[in-house]
Design a protein around this ligand. Sequence first.
Ligand code: CA
Length: 241
Amino acid sequence: MNAKPVKKESPSQRPRILVVEDEQDLQEVLRYALAREGYQVICADTGEKALELARRESPNLILLDLMLPGVDGLNVCRTLKSQTETDAIPVIMVTAKGEEPDIVVGLELGADDYIVKPFSQRVLLARIKSVLRRGSASGTADRSNQPIKTGPLTIDRERHDAKLDGQSLDLTATEFRLLTLLAAKPGRVFTRQQIIESVHGGLAAVTDRSVDVQMVALRRKLGDHGAMLETVRGVGYRFKE
Ligand code: CA
């Protein structure tokens, strides 16, 4: 017999997701849906419990409802991102409609993404996959000088050259940094404040409004592909995934 050994995935190799949700029905639905996709699932129904499990179980991702009794989701996020044992764990915030200001605060605290209730399981699973993928990419070797290729766009960071369909774009230094920031993480939403800090080094003179103006100019230069840069109403901008 020379049958190849069947390599079974052990439970410890499956990504572990911490679901923080105080609504029991929704928690159960999520637990079931994620387990069916092959994730290990642990659940917390309060912020305190979430922080304890995050430290003890080192999950690969946290799905964090913002509206929790006691320590709310934003404070959980703030604590997670301020402690070295937990600051690298990606966080997807779960919010209700109309909570854009909280979403902005959460992203600025270091949350990776958000999803608005009610959401479909398909969309949730896609977000989780995307965040896990981005998370593992940033956790490995420093690729900050690798070219970025996404759809028709290629950005050569070392040469400071961005090409669209093979044609070099005539971008200002600021526009180049802006495009690079967004295109390096397709699907990730950046708030205006995060853009100011990253692209302009947090210059006080740069306002939210000037970010909008630069975005309009950049879109115009992308021509037919301008829609790759999406406005996320009330939150910020992202490069279309
Ligand atoms: Ca809730």
